[in-house]
Write a protein that binds this ligand. Structure first.
Ligand SMILES: Nc1nc(=O)[nH]c2c1ncn2[C@H]1C[C@H](O)[C@@H](COP(=O)(O)OP(=O)(O)O)O1
Length: 208
């Protein structure tokens, strides 16, 4: 029986060969065998910061409810050197060594937006860029009571360790229009935000 008659083989990585390492990232060749059993090489970027926890990072879908206002999603605008551009993203960041996903989510939300909230859901383990990077993350949903004293006077500009982050509240009922305006202004929309907005529009039966 030939290999094609026996069906596809299970693909697997057989060796990780590190090529170079920086402070935050490393580049490796992953030697792997494909569905025919042939050995191949894939170039992979990994994060040096990954500790024993399962995920490299966390992203936060934070929805603010305030009396007299429609519910809004907390988004952030910041400059991203890899893209040479400002971006619109969800609050997100690296999970610190030994930190739980829950703690990381609430910490990043506070550091990057000033908001405090409570967790309403924790997503699955997901990939950020499966063709390029080994990094994985979870999306945590958080509800924020905008009328609560702790959230009343949050600053429009946040961030720690040199970050300069502009906080933007985008009403859910006009999220597609807002993203279109940001893109028209030359901002790059994070794919997680775009996917959230598309899903929201589809479930609301409003594509734009
Ligand atoms: N790839 C990176 N290169 C850097 O030069 N610096 C980096 C990289 N990735 C993260 N960082 C730095 C920038 C921040 O000071 C810290 C924490 O970032 P965090 O807020 O956790 O994550 P992001 O929001 O994704 O930047 O790490």
């Amino acid at each position: 029986m030939t290999s094609s008659e026996s069906g596809p083989k299970e693909c697997k990585v057989i060796q990780e060969e590190e090529l170079t390492r920086g402070k935050w990232l490393y580049l490796s060749n992953h030697h792997w065998t494909d569905h025919t059993g042939k050995e191949r090489i894939w170039e992979v970027v990994g994060r040096t910061t990954k500790g024993p926890q399962d995920q490299d990072c966390v992203a936060v879908v934070a929805i603010v409810s305030r009396s007299g206002h429609p519910d809004a999603m907390v988004l952030i605008k910041q400059f991203r050197p890899p893209l040479k551009s400002y971006t619109i993203e969800m609050p997100a960041g690296l999970v610190d060594n030994g930190e739980t996903i829950e703690t990381a989510a609430l910490r990043e939300l506070k550091e990057e937006t000033g908001y405090s909230g409570s967790i309403t859901g924790i997503g699955r383990n997901v990939s950020l860029d499966p063709g390029m990077s080994s990094a994985t993350m979870k999306i945590v949903t958080v509800k924020v009571n905008g009328d609560d004293a702790v959230n009343k006077d949050v600053s429009r500009v946040c961030g720690v360790q040199g970050e300069h982050i502009e906080v933007i509240l985008v009403p859910l009922n006009s999220i597609q229009k807002c993203l279109m305006d940001f893109a028209a202004d030359g901002l790059i929309i994070d794919s997680r935000v775009e996917a959230f907005a598309l899903g929201f529009a589809l479930t609301s039966e409003k594509i734009i």
